[in-house]
Design a protein. Structure first.
Length: 295
């Protein structure tokens, strides 16, 4: 049994992930064996309030999870760490606190909110040889895996999804990460330039991969679902993600990583996803195409 410490309680993932691991009422199909959350550090961010934290703490304690405001207490006796902080501007600070511990880390989406912080996190990872991966769970939904299997050499990928306003920072990075990383899983890394426009409906982003390969992302204000279309030279396949709220897919990936398996997404790819979103925001501002930054 791998014992896990959660750092952060401002995201619903701090509840939904341990639910898959140890909640007695978790549906059998969503249970993930071999993991157990033992502790959680809570603190306020602009993404939550004390009342919400209290309710989440009550739920965690009902599952025999210790909740504390001290990082050292939260980390005591753990084998692995979940950094579950909605506020991406804090990711660098808290990763720096745990990177030296020799424990595997899942850094929930987004990697960071700036390229500077993203580069710093990866530099810390390399310096301390920390096993870490960062990403959204949406790319691991079965519908995405199915479309990749049926259209393995995509020339054109279209993904649409939800654009939420962030309580702090840029909503495109905070919530757009789901669709950007889903497109990444479909098309692979290697994005070259980005051009984006914004209106009352949301943001439309076109990504050039070179050699005639192109991605289209629609992040929409009044959208409640995720889906898209993948096209090769011979096959076109639409898809709709039916249950993006089922967290067991990403928790299974976390389990395999914490057990010693390779990260399903390398950190260079996670950085590229951040760089695509940063480039999209710059393109909206300038009206020009923007090159995707590299490490």
């Amino acid at each position: 049994m791998i014992k896990i410490a959660i750092v952060g309680l401002d995201t619903s993932h701090s509840i939904s992930f341990p639910k898959c691991m140890q909640a007695p009422d978790c549906p059998e199909a969503e249970k993930v064996a071999g993991l157990r959350v033992i502790s959680c550090m809570r603190f306020l961010t602009p993404f939550t309030n004390t009342e919400t934290l209290d309710k989440r703490q009550q739920q965690l304690e009902a599952w025999k999870i210790k909740v504390t405001t001290r990082l050292d207490e939260a980390l005591e006796g753990c084998d692995a760490i979940l950094l579950e902080i909605n506020d991406g501007s804090l990711h660098r600070e808290y990763f720096e606190k745990v990177a030296t511990l020799g424990k595997p880390v899942f850094l929930d989406k987004p990697l960071a909110t700036t390229l500077e912080d993203g580069r710093a996190i990866i530099a810390l990872m390399r310096k301390h040889k920390t096993r870490v991966w960062s990403g959204s769970g949406l790319p691991f939904c079965p519908e995405v895996g199915e479309v990749i299997a049926r259209v393995p050499q995509a020339r054109y990928g279209h993904v649409f999804g939800i654009l939420n306003k962030a309580p702090a920072g840029d909503g495109l990075i905070w919530y757009g990460v789901h669709v950007f990383e889903t497109l990444q899983r479909i098309m692979g890394p290697g994005a070259k330039t980005v051009r984006a426009t914004e209106n009352a409906n949301g943001i439309v982003t076109v990504i050039d991969y070179g050699n005639g390969r192109q991605g289209l992302i629609e992040t929409l204000n009044n959208c409640m679902h995720y889906g898209g279309r993948v096209q090769s030279d011979t096959v076109t396949m639409p898809f709709v993600i039916k249950n993006s709220a089922n967290k067991s897919c990403v928790v299974n990936e976390i389990r395999k990583f914490f057990e010693g398996g390779p990260a399903p997404v390398d950190m260079a790819t996670s950085f590229e996803g951040l760089a695509m979103m940063v480039a999209a925001r710059e393109s909206i501002t300038t009206g020009q195409g923007v090159a995707v930054a590299t490490l």
